[in-house]
Design a protein around this ligand. Structure first.
Ligand code: MG
Length: 341
């Protein structure tokens, strides 16, 4: 018999998070605890308000899903039938909790259960949010050991922001335009960004503008990655030719199983893969990190942007993701003592 508990946690952002779409200081996420025979599987949902999700709707969806759960070891085949339409963050949290529980039942880390070599984990980028050039410079100095920086753009001050960053570091940069550009303005921006040592650009145009994206990609000197244009594996074939790669996020796609299908479909279309995240604690970030050895670029820094992370899991050493060796996700509450090896 599997029982579900859930609670909200409030994550405090180190810096007010500014995007082309707005700003915020705190984020609420929902933690799931799935218990069976004395073992507890943990999952986390970071609901996305753009898609009309919040912690209350995620909690209702998780309760509905839990009623149909039989064995965590049979979840992969049951996942699509227990999911609640529209509640993708809840689906991702349930998927994580089930994977955690399955790994704990079998006594192996999730990466081992999935046949993934943790030594192949990539470096992760560290996001610098939109701000005044002075604050951006300060944030870059705080970014310490991270070898790659991701700069959020999509305002009139894009040039000043990037010049401020380049003034204090020569590290590789990735740019996320968050749908903030137009086709007319994008080409010259891309040429300029290439000259500034930027290695890729995420979602330059609004999600629906696929024809414009095809045209932009023909002219672009830099690889272009889809984020807001892609949710699940079924979205990928129509993006081939419009983007060079995709950004997979567990909260967009519904969990590790779908994320693996997305990696396979993207590869089949000759596309590159980035693994991204929302603002999440180390619980959900660690779940995504278990897949990171399979991708080209990791942008798993949601837990690094908060001051009160309630969990400990994946760490970063020399800029590279280091997966925890405990069973399942290998995540524990920050207050608990470390596991004995
Ligand atoms: Mg993005």
């Amino acid at each position: 018999m599997i029982t579900l508990r859930h609670y909200r946690q409030e994550l405090e952002l180190t810096h007010t998070f500014r995007l082309a779409r707005g700003a915020s200081d705190v984020r609420q996420t929902l933690v799931l605890e799935l218990e069976e025979e004395g073992l507890t599987g943990l999952g986390e949902a970071a609901p996305i308000d753009r898609y009309d999700q919040d912690c209350a709707s995620a909690a209702r969806a998780a309760e509905a899903m839990a009623q149909h759960l039989t064995s965590p070891l049979a979840y992969d085949s049951a996942a699509s039938s227990v999911a609640v339409p529209g509640e993708v963050a809840a689906e991702a949290a349930m998927d994580m909790a089930v994977c955690d529980l399955a790994g704990k039942k079998l006594g192996v880390p999730l990466y081992e259960l999935m046949g993934i070599d943790p030594r192949q984990a990539p470096v992760t980028s560290f996001t610098i949010g939109m701000d005044t050039p002075e604050v951006v410079e300060a944030k870059v100095r705080e970014a310490g050991e991270y070898e790659v920086l991701k700069i959020k753009m999509g305002s009139d001050e894009d040039r000043q922001i990037l010049e401020a960053v380049r003034g204090v570091t020569d590290r590789p940069l990735r740019v996320d335009a968050n749908e903030g550009w137009t086709l007319e303005g994008a080409q010259s921006r891309l040429e300029w960004l290439e000259s500034m040592g930027v290695e890729l650009v995420e979602q330059p145009l609004p999600a629906g503008q696929l024809e414009e994206m095809r045209e932009l990609r023909r002219l672009s000197p830099l690889p272009l990655f889809a984020d807001e244009s892609v949710y699940r594996a079924a979205d990928i074939p129509r993006l081939a030719g419009a983007f060079d790669g995709i950004n997979i996020k567990l909260m967009k796609c519904g969990g590790l199983g779908e994320a693996r299908r997305m990696i396979a479909v993207a590869r089949a279309h000759g596309m590159q893969v980035m693994l991204g995240c929302m603002v999440e604690s180390s619980l959900a970030i660690t779940a995504a990190a278990h897949l990171s050895p399979l991708v080209d670029f990791a942008d798993l820094d949601g837990n690094l942007l908060i001051d009160n992370d309630p969990f400990v899991g994946v760490t970063v050493k020399g800029g590279r993701l280091v997966l925890p060796g405990g069973p399942g996700l290998g995540v524990r509450p920050r207050a608990d003592p470390p596991e004995k090896p």
